[in-house]
Write a protein that binds this ligand. Sequence first.
Ligand SMILES: [Zn+2]
Length: 673
Amino acid sequence: MNNPLLEEFKNEYGIPPFESIKEEHYLPAFDKAIEEHAKEIELIIENKETPSFENTINALENSGELLSKVSRVFYNLLSAHSNDNLNKIASEISPKLSRHNDSISLNQDLFIKIKKVHEDKNPLNDEQQRLVQIIFDNFKLKGSLLDDDKREVLKSMNEKLSSLSLKFNQNTLKETNNFQLIISDPAELDGLPEDLIELGKKQAEAEQINDCWLFKASRENLYPFLTFSNNRSLREKIYKGYILRGKNKNSENNESLIKEMYSLRKQKANLLGFDCHADLALQNSMAETTDNVSDLLNQVWKPAKKRADEEITEMQKLIQKEGNNFQLEAWDWWFYSEKVRKDKYDFSEEDMKPFLSLENIKTAAFTTAERLFDIKFIKLSEYPKYHEEVEAYKVIDSDKNIVGIFLTDYFARPSKQGGAWMTSYRDQSKNNGVQYPIIINVCNFPKPTRNKPSLLNFEHAITLFHEFGHALHGLLSDVTYPSLSGTSVPRDYVEFPSQMMENWIRNPEVLNEFAKHFETGEKIPEDLMNKYLNCQKFNQGFATTEYLAASFLDLAWHTSDKDVTDIRGFEEELFDSINKPKEIDSRYGSTYFNHIFSGGYSSSYYSYMWSEVLDSSAFEVFEKNGIYDKSSGQKLKEFVYSSGNSKDLMEQFVRFNGKEPDPKRLLEKRGLA
Ligand SMILES: [Zn+2]
């Protein structure tokens, strides 16, 4: 069989030939790629020469290229454009991959060689030294120092864990689509914005439900519905649909999966010599210890809760003022906070939307990067794509050298996972000839409608800049070894370059230049801009509290010693202990907390806040020197966006910033100081 996945991607830019890749190509390609990788590892082990950086570390870096290529195509599509068949393949391949990865990371002969190179006193350059240290540490953390029996136990744990986390993810996606809020009476659409109504119509039609509107338990449906629907009981319905995902008594229930993962992760950490999973997961992180993480979270929790309580009082007053006497509930928050915002600041999110077309915001993002980093984005017309909505850009530097390829897949569709993310089809490296990166941003923005272009709300605009920041981290990478490239940095650092970019779209100078009305071309009127600026710190009690609650929940699952019989009980006990307001739920409940049960963020959900301390400190430089200051941009590129994990990250930060990051900046930015 001709299998395009096994051949060189021959088009001009090395983008995978999506049109010729068929589902039946994946399994044989995985098998072949795993076999090839295993052979490459065998060759490293069988090499009779004294272990050296070249014949061991660099050889490892160069191994598994085919597997990486096949995996990237498959897993990118599994998230961005999936179906039942791809899910089935994923279930089949996940234990195989886990076994294969273990056969490398738990291979004693290989580890002995790595250890030799690690002990070796031969001179290496800084990047090489760092690479050796990181690879050595990783092998150690994966269990290379364990004896044979324990390694076997570990392997079976890993295999089980990878299947469980995949199942968790699949269940959440199914539950999001399982829930249906069907509205047949147009009166019940009261208050909903036109684009949401149109989306509801389309979603109903897709399920062959005529003359109705259908809303799902996705965040894209949920938030606008909760903000604008005038029907309190429908708001409650969709909210409960959302938070009950994974708790319903059906085959997509995630509760037993969580219990099993909880106990397996603990056992695994113990086997590796750690008290709990969090201690294991925080090795090689910037935060270093769970105590440091708790310190930061606790430092922010108190002022956040205080502000949240004030916000609750404000909303409760408004409810009373409107002649109602019910208590504010979690599902009321969006609706009433929007009302308070209108009341207090005379500002509605909806007023901004006509100025935030996807095209405008994209131009703002590209231009910001072009000015800061001296690069250019050039739109391509001919390139392979897996969906007609995928766009491609060639990124070049000032000498017209290609920096990388940037793909965008911006619109929501049922085959896509919720949320937004950046991944790559190829990472930048220079150890085996120059490889430029192929990066993609996948989002869930609203599609253009019959008479309007895609209009973003402010949250979407921030998401676009956020993911674009990750993309730049991948695109501008300039290191030698692929393991140290781009976003291959500790979890609690990786959100720094992405959140850093958010600072630009929040800035009035950027909005004034790029946010133009989609019909009239006018910029945001001064009056509206002032209102927007006035409410920058609005609702931060809520936003910070719901985020922190989720971070505490994550830590609890990975530090606790208790026997857990009941998920809800476990959550309640934790939330009582931190005195969480009942009007604010954790941003994610355990049963749909993909980040920590299927997304690699276990014990690391705090990372966003850790990184925010970095970005709020770093943006001070641009506030001082001008937001497009060339020399600050060049420094930001040199010390942050291009250096991947090739240097000590805190040292790099200080080189850029002139001083260590300060949590106070975060409190000020959120208006909690
Ligand atoms: Zn991110």
